[in-house]
Design a protein around this ligand. Sequence first.
Ligand SMILES: [Zn+2]
Ligand SMILES: [Zn+2]
Length: 149
Amino acid sequence: MAEHNLKASHMAIVLGIGLGVVLLIVISLLLTIVVNRRDRQALLRSRKTPDERLRKLDDVAPTRTLEVWFTSTKGKMNLSDAVDSQFVCVVCLEQVNRTEEIRELRCLHVFHRECLEKWFLGDHFNCPLCHRAYFEADIPPRHDHIWMV
Ligand SMILES: [Zn+2]
Ligand SMILES: [Zn+2]
C-alpha cells in the first residue's frame, strides 16, 4: 500500500512538472504575441497620419494658386509674361493652369498641389525635378544613389 502511494505521488510529481512545462511554453507564447502586437501598435502610432505629414509640407511648400505665385515671383525672378503659360508639372507632365493650386519648393520648382502631396506621401523627401531635399537635414535621404545623379 505504501509502495502504491509512493508510485502515485511520483506520478503526481512527473505530471506536475509536465503540466508546468506546458504552462510555461503557453505563457511565453502568449507573451511573445502580446509584445509583438504592442510593438506593431507603437509602430502604427509613431507613423503620422497623412494630414500631420502634409502640415509639415505646408511649412516648406505652402499652397497657392499659380496665379498668386506667379504674381509674387515674376518680379523677383524677372520672368516675362510669356513664361506664364508654360509651367509644366513634372510629376504628371501636364500643364499647370493659372487657377490651379500649386506647391513651390525651396529650389523654386513648382508642382500641382496634389502631385507633390502624392510624391511626398510616398516617402520622397526631395524635389522630383532637381532632387534637392525639402527639409534642412532633419530627414536623411532614403535613396543615397539619388545624390550621385
Ligand atoms: Zn501634376
Ligand atoms: Zn527642384
